[in-house]
Design a binder for this molecule. Structure first.
Ligand SMILES: Nc1ncnc2c1ncn2[C@@H]1O[C@H](COP(=O)(O)OP(=O)(O)OP(=O)(O)O)[C@@H](O)[C@H]1O
Length: 242
């Protein structure tokens, strides 16, 4: 059986004295997309921040493709192959599109041993011609959708083995959300493992293979995406929809 991309076992996270995540456990299979869902304040971003090492946390075990990663710095985790597309995109507005991409460029720390092609500027421009057209423009002058594409591509330039996306659809028009969805489906097809945090449950359930629903900092439900699709009671109780 293939080694999981990410195993999170017994994660507790804190902001000062405030204990926000309680015994959160889940795993992301290699090449699979995990939708991380929950109402506002459920703890999704804290979970992402804990995986990438931004939030003070402790875990019984945390592994990236079988290798223990608990306690590593964000820089070390990035080198090991975790890419982040943060909430609010956080592109560098006063750098050009090209500079935003090249500042992040790195060949895979793992030498592309998993058979996936490495992302380079040329590869990004081929896959996202709009970024090529805008390469000399300041990133701050792009539309919201273009900024989101840039944030995703900036993360891809680090050649991640696991991509964490925190609410990529936030603030985007429905048509642009469909574009983002197509990009995510392509990345999934390429074999990249993804954790997708979303308020947009329809988007997440369209793309994800598995879901975890957080409620007040605890895992309230986890399983294949089919376990929530027709479960209206669960969706209403945990996500406030239907
Ligand atoms: N920097 C912080 N300091 C203190 N408490 C925080 C901080 N960031 C988040 N929290 C608290 O942690 C809890 C989880 O927040 P988090 O942002 O992880 O939720 P979320 O599910 O991502 O919500 P949203 O969808 O609104 O982003 C909330 O109660 C929130 O108020």
């Amino acid at each position: 059986m293939a080694t999981d991309a990410l195993v999170l076992d017994g994660l507790d996270s804190f902001y000062g004295d405030s204990h926000v995540l309680h015994d959160v456990s889940f795993s992301v299979g290699a090449g699979r997309v995990l939708g991380l869902l929950g109402r506002n304040g459920a703890g999704k971003s804290t979970c992402i921040g804990s995986i990438i090492g931004f939030v003070r946390s402790r875990a019984r075990d945390m592994r990236l493709f079988g290798e223990p990663i608990a306690g590593l710095s964000p820089e070390a985790l990035s080198y090991k192959g975790i890419g982040l597309v943060p909430q609010g995109r956080r592109i560098f507005p006063t750098l050009t599109v090209r500079e935003n991409l090249t500042v992040a460029a790195r060949t895979s720390a793992q030498g592309q041993g998993d058979g996936r092609p490495g992302w380079t500027l040329r590869h990004v421009y081929e896959a996202f011609p709009r970024l090529k057209e805008r390469e000399k423009q300041f990133a701050g002058s792009l539309s919201g959708g273009e900024q989101q594409m840039l944030a995703i591509c900036r993360a891809l330039m680090t050649n991640p083995r696991l991509l964490l996306l925190d609410e990529p659809s936030e603030g985007l028009a429905p048509q642009i959300i469909q574009e983002v969805a197509r990009v995510l489906v392509d990345l999934k097809r390429s074999g990249l493992a993804i954790v997708l945090v979303e308020q947009n449950t329809a988007l997440a359930t369209d793309i994800a293979d598995d879901v975890v629903i957080l409620n007040s900092g605890r895992v309230a439900h986890s399983g294949p995406v089919s376990t929530i699709r027709s479960n209206e009671q669960l969706l209403e109780k945990l996500l406030g929809i239907y």
